[in-house]
Ligand binder design. Sequence first.
Ligand code: ADP
Ligand code: MG
Length: 370
Amino acid sequence: MVQMPLQHDQNQKKRDDYYATVIDSVGDGVIVVGSNGKITLCNPAAEQIIGFSQRQAQGAAFDELFALETTLIEMLGKTMRTGITISDHENVVVRSTGRVTPVAVTCYPLVEGSGENIGAILTLKDITYIRDLEAAVRQADRLSTLGALAAGLAHEVKNPLGGIKGAAQLLEREFPPDSDMLEYTRVVIRETERIDHIIRELLELASPRALQRAPVNLHMVLGDILLLQKQAASDRNITFVQHLDPSIPELIADEALLTRLFLNLICNALDAMEDDGRLTVSSRVLADYRMTQDQQRSRFVAIEVADDGPGIPQEDLENIWTPFFSTKSGGTGLGLAICHKIVAEHRGMIKAESDPAHGTKFTVLLPLVR
Ligand SMILES: Nc1ncnc2c1ncn2[C@@H]1O[C@H](COP(=O)(O)OP(=O)(O)O)[C@@H](O)[C@H]1O
Ligand SMILES: [Mg+2]
């Protein structure tokens, strides 16, 4: 049977549509260039990367559209001349409308059935996330090197420091009670104690350790801390409020570390508050909470430590977790970094919210391992 021309056209159009859909569906950018150097095809993924619409790109001269990207122009020229496939996964960036996108590019020759070279196909793969990952790994590497260095230094300083303190304590006994020297010696002792405190915190932050996991009654931990802090702050007029959910089961956690965590948060709150302030500690169970999209649902306890202090300025909020960030004259700036580490070791999450009108609230989420 002889096919009708109309039918033939329709079939051809269907096929063209089909091929167009295939190329449009490819997640990587695809740009096809004819032997005259003009772009004949450009899919939506390529549009995203190069910042030109299909309409602008199609029919435009490749060299003009990509005038800034000499690497791309060279790759294309070489493939066109030699018919060789060329890849570059390292050096290519595409600059468009103020954005620089790192891309992995492969340039394939476009060869007809007869063997004639009729152009080239470029595939562009956006590798921004790979570069981000590489940067994150480098940062983590640097931090662990710094951590090891800090831990080494801290160990080295500890012993001579012990010597200084011991000697100063001996001197303290030698001077009569009314001597000026006594006051100086006490300054030495006090300051060595301060250094010792910084070093202990630094070691805690820098050295790896295994968690001593056991069943922990969270409310006993919080209750003990609050009892002690109430006594310590008895000369202030602070209101301590507890909203503890009695249904919280025991956590499998490191009790000493959790104590450290909440003590740090509560001490920070007390440092920030006025003498007639109000400190609220509350806890509740979050059923079926998912911290990230891909994580399985599980149960968490949320513990909040909220104060009505002056709050944390917006620009400081992201720095408070950084070691040595402190706005206090005697602060080490290591407390929250340690809190962050303790929470991460327990596979939990910690966040800070603050606004000058209401104060600051730290929320700790800890998984209930059952
Ligand atoms: N409850 C809070 N209210 C206001 N500021 C806070 C609070 N908690 C922490 N901060 C801020 O975060 C900084 C870092 O805290 P931290 O790491 O514990 O170090 P440090 O207490 O030694 O200064 C503090 O110096 C303070 O500026
Ligand atoms: Mg602190």
